[in-house]
Design a protein around this ligand. Structure first.
Ligand SMILES: [Zn+2]
Length: 71
């Protein structure tokens, strides 16, 4: 999955619409805005429609706030 659109964000917690690269399925979910989440967690999310995870072309978004930065 990848983030299609972040719908709201409060500090590092956000809600977003995730989109599947394979079938185009979208679903809403929550997330945590640090680089680990973007680079490791999101690409391992399984699409609830086709069951696939992100492919090698996945490009992580950058965080709004650098790691370790106190918000
Ligand atoms: Zn899918």
């Amino acid at each position: 999955m990848k983030i299609k659109k972040i719908t709201s964000q409060n500090r590092r917690d956000f809600h977003a619409i995730y989109e599947c690269e394979h079938c185009g399925h979208t679903e809403e979910g929550s997330g945590y805005d640090d680089s680990n989440f973007h680079q490791n967690v999101i690409p391992k999310m399984k699409c609830s429609s086709c069951g696939k995870t992100a492919d090698e072309n996945y490009r992580a978004m950058t965080t709004k706030h650098p790691d370790g930065f106190q918000i």
